[in-house]
Design a binder for this molecule. Structure first.
Ligand code: FES
Length: 133
């Protein structure tokens, strides 16, 4: 599948499509945004901490887990529907930190503002993210 996606054109923001195994045993397609060395403050594929400020819960997001999964496992209720970054149900306000936007819904302006993120697919460029949950 990855070989097939290599031929797809890049998005307006330079993102490419990649696949990863889903937790349900299938394959999930997601956009992988091009990043300059100065944009990333941490490995977008690495572990980071997410804090649900209103719930007063912090948890670690492992490389093979989504923010949505990590928060739910920590007991934080987060609404979701598609869980592939296309519907917006899981859109969450970002209070602190720098998201690594991997959705297919937010506009370029919304991504640049870093005020919201779709927690079902997006990760973090910073070591910590604080969300309005
Ligand atoms: S659940 Fe649909 S975009 Fe996250």
């Amino acid at each position: 599948m990855s070989e097939y996606l290599e031929g797809w054109p890049a998005g307006r923001d330079g993102s490419r499509w990649v696949t990863r195994p889903s937790n349900a045993g299938g394959i999930v397609m997601q956009s992988a945004h091009a990043e300059s060395p100065t944009e990333a403050t941490t490995s977008a594929e690495g572990e980071f901490t997410v804090t649900a400020a209103r719930s007063q819960v912090s948890t670690t997001v492992a490389p093979d887990r989504t923010v949505l999964e990590a928060l739910r496992e920590a007991g934080v209720a987060v609404p979701s529907s598609c869980e592939v970054g296309i519907c917006g149900t899981c859109e969450t306000a970002v209070l602190r930190g720098c998201p690594d936007h991997r959705d297919s819904l937010l506009t370029d302006e919304e991504r640049r503002s870093n005020q919201v993120m779709l927690v079902c697919v997006s990760r973090s460029r910073s070591a910590e993210l604080e969300l309005d949950l």
